[in-house]
Design a binder for this molecule. Structure first.
Ligand code: NAI
Length: 247
């Protein structure tokens, strides 16, 4: 069943990891995609796989999501190419970890700029178009670290901010037929988590009721559901995809 046939989606951070898993899940349901990452050439393997597996229509774009112009260009490109914009997924994100007393201004500001301002710029750019359409789905990738996490003050603050932004957008845009929800992945197998030392990985796995690391595809499946017509009455919610890690 192609639940997203005829829909157009933007996915940021789509070159690898969770963003790539989300792109696959949306493409599998029939959506046309604007996929975005820092460098266009990094999107090539993703594009090739999408075309081979699902056929469909794809547009690849690059740029720093911390610049507001990037989001404006993404929305403009979606409109110019496909004529409408139905789904926006703010997934691009970084971590630059360190204990608070060692965090420099630059590292603090960069993580907030990419993870929080980037998501804000994308939401604002999409809102302009979706308000006119009186429809749309906005889905942001936060993290279970929104509750606070040792050595991740900048990252945790950015991800808590994403939840507050999501809920505010849900309040403002809900009356216009637009939903805005956040997904909080737990410990997912990507480049970001592969750098975690093996001892810390083992301790994390022991805390997860599912006793395993999650996959980008499992996050993608949750996004595809929230993007579908079946999820039309779900707004301003925060969905953990973590194998129960926060219990
Ligand atoms: P990753 O490092 O594998 O991929 C990050 C993606 O974001 C890449 O496509 C990269 O090009 C893009 N990106 C990074 N900085 C960018 C910038 N300035 N402008 C535009 N694009 C940029 O990361 P992963 O693990 O796939 O994470 C994706 C999202 O999921 C992030 O927001 C991350 O915080 C979040 N997340 C990841 C978890 C995990 O366990 N891997 C857990 C919870 C949340």
């Amino acid at each position: 069943m192609n639940t997203l046939e005829g829909k157009v989606a933007i996915v940021t951070g789509a070159s690898r990891g969770i963003g790539r898993g989300i792109s696959q899940a949306l493409a599998a349901e029939g959506a046309a995609l604007v996929v975005h990452a820092t460098q266009r050439e990094h999107l090539e393997p993703c594009l090739q796989q999408l075309k081979e597996q699902f056929g469909g229509q794809y547009l690849a774009m690059d740029g720093d999501i911390a610049q507001s112009s990037t989001s404006e260009q993404l929305v403009q490109a979606a409109m110019d190419t496909f004529g409408h914009l139905d789904i926006v997924v703010g997934c691009a994100g970084i971590n630059r970890d360190g204990m608070i007393h060692k965090l420099s201004n630059a590292v603090w500001e960069r993580v907030l700029a990419v993870n929080l301002s980037g998501v804000f710029y994308l939401t604002r750019a999409a809102a302009h178009t979706m308000r006119q359409q009186q429809s749309g789905r906005i889905i942001h990738i936060s993290s279970i670290a929104r509750h606070g996490n040792l050595g991740q003050a900048n990252y945790a603050a950015s991800k808590a901010g994403v939840v507050a932004l999501t809920q505010t957008a849900a309040l403002e845009l809900g009356p216009l037929g637009i939903t805005c929800n956040a997904i909080c992945p737990g410990f997912i197998n990507t480049d970001m988590t592969r750098t975690v030392p093996s001892g810390a990985q083992d301790r994390m796995l022991a805390r997860i009721p599912a006793r395993r690391i999650g996959t980008p595809e499992e996050v993608g499946a949750a996004v595809a559901f929230l993007a579908s017509d079946q999820a039309g009455y779900i707004n301003g919610q925060v969905l953990d995809v973590s194998g129960g890690l926060t219990l």
